[in-house]
Design a binder for this molecule. Structure first.
Ligand code: SF4
Length: 481
């Protein structure tokens, strides 16, 4: 059997952008480094897939141990299906038309085949349907047409009570009808992708929406490098579509933009400010918000993760789970700073509630930066309130909306900027080299080794320091006493 040219992931990559497929196969060294967060996502998907196998106990694992074993796995899979009237195969491997796929679970019942693909997400996307359509195409044409095809994904409404109830955690969604409708597309797209791989040079495809959707492409460092350091794509107060239109009209440089290009007076003012002083600051808004915050204040950072599989009683899939806290405030002229990482085996809401109760009773306001899960966490604590631990008076203010809503803007800062970028771009601060997204990813997975715990403790302190400095920076810039 000839070695395959395409797999499920390369096919999906090619559907998003043929140039991405070409670069991935022929120029992989041009790829951007994989972020730790992406690595964590892959690992999470793997963990969920493994857990879902328990819904189909006693199966045989056909997963090839190495790429050189792929075609062998195809043979073994077909031999097993032909010889067994009943059985379960994990990673059933098929090949047709030089496309190789591995199906998460294949069930053989009375000689009939049922296909299952497991996804670690809370919903079925168009990409998942396309992915299933490709699997169906390969299986059917290889002579193993499944009678049904179901995508198994996570029910976000599941609430853990005691042991995990897998039959309640996972949803089975039959998708045969949808994927049958995609067979023609799959077949013609495979041909296009195979032709692309025969080219001597990468196809001429300009940058665009496809660089971001459905997945952020990992060749943007290569394809977007022709843009000036500060380009129209830095103008996040314009929609992506608007920025794209300006780029297509040959106006990637901010200096090439005219008033007519920007539709609102506010956008024109922002651009003027950026061109003249390289940043934009809406002090009127910032002053108004800061005036609401009690001058007797502190700074807070809660470490959160969102496990796909609920680990604690009364929690749901992907719910925000705290795993550490850091805060700093002044009391009687003395600075107090606390940083704690919770023990993985204990219910972290118990420890967090103790800390928040203390902050609640201080009657200070706490400043946070971009903690999208904090409302969820507080709501969970209030709902499952421990006796004598009322934190309903606890007040906090998120100042990341200054950036998110363009009240403060500086090229290089995106609307979802984290504190690390603030440190680098605004405060010209050198943050510890160890404090990278690696750490966030490690925490995402709750793999807190002793070394990681030490680094994360440092990370928490750094976060608070940057937050405090950023707050002071805004006050100074806007003359807020
Ligand atoms: S960055 Fe955009 S144009 Fe370049 S390969 Fe990726 S998707 Fe294609």
């Amino acid at each position: 059997m000839e070695k395959h040219l395409l797999s499920k992931s390369t096919f999906i990559r090619g559907s998003q952008c043929l140039k991405s497929l070409y670069l991935h196969k022929k120029r992989p060294f041009l790829r951007d480094p994989l972020s730790a967060e992406q690595r964590a996502k892959f690992s999470r998907g793997h963990d969920v897939g493994f857990l879902a196998r328990q819904l189909f106990p006693g199966g045989i694992d056909m997963k090839p141990k190495a790429p050189s074993q792929y075609q062998k796995a195809v043979e073994k899979t077909s031999e097993y299906i032909i010889s067994e009237k009943n059985g379960i195969i994990y990673e059933a491997t098929f090949q047709f038309n030089r496309v190789l796929i591995m199906l998460d679970v294949l069930e053989i019942k009375d000689g009939k085949l049922y296909a299952y693909e497991v996804k670690s997400s809370k919903a079925i996307s168009q990409t998942y349907l396309l992915d299933a359509a490709l699997q169906y195409y390969v299986m059917s044409n290889a002579g193993f047409k499944p009678l049904d095809f179901e995508i198994i994904y996570i029910d976000q409404n599941y609430v853990r009570k005691g042991e995990l109830a897998l039959d309640k955690l996972f949803i089975f969604k039959p998708v045969l009808e949808e994927i049958l409708g995609k067979q023609h597309y799959v077949s013609s797209q495979i041909e296009k992708e195979k032709e692309t791989l025969l080219l001597k040079h990468s196809p001429k495809i300009d940058i665009g929406e496809h660089c971001i959707h459905p997945y952020p492409c990992d060749f943007t460092g290569h394809c977007w490098k022709h843009l000036p350091d500060i380009s129209v794509f830095d103008l996040h107060f314009l929609s992506f579509e608007e920025r794209m239109q300006l780029y297509t009209a040959g106006k990637a440089n901010l200096a090439d933009l005219s008033k007519e290009d920007l539709k609102t007076a506010e956008s024109i003012e922002k651009l003027k400010s950026i061109l003249e002083q390289s940043f934009y600051l809406d002090c009127a808004h910032i002053k108004k918000k800061i005036a609401k915050i009690n001058p007797d204040r502190g700074f807070l950072h809660i470490l959160l993760r969102r496990p796909a599989i609920p680990e604690f009683e009364n929690t749901q899939p992907y719910q925000a789970i705290p795993f550490g806290i850091a805060y700093a405030f002044e009391s009687d002229g003395e600075k107090k700073a606390v940083a704690e990482l919770f023990e993985a085996q204990d219910d972290p809401f118990v420890s967090l509630t103790d800390h928040l109760k203390l902050l609640n009773d201080l009657k200070k306001d706490f400043i946070i930066f971009k903690q999208p899960g904090i409302n969820e966490i507080i709501a969970h604590i209030l709902k499952t309130q421990q006796p004598g631990k009322d934190i309903s008076a606890f007040r906090y203010y998120d100042i990341s909306d200054f950036i998110r809503d363009f009240h403060f803007f500086r090229p290089g800062l995106k609307t979802d900027t984290g504190l690390e970028k603030i440190a680098r771009f605004i405060l010209k601060d050198k943050i510890s080299a160890k404090i990278t997204s690696e750490i966030e990813a490690a925490s995402l997975l709750n793999k807190l080794s002793v070394a990681n715990r030490a680094i994360i403790a440092e990370y928490q302190q750094e976060n608070l320091r940057i937050l405090e400095n950023f707050f002071d920076f805004l006050r100074k810039k806007c003359n807020i006493v």
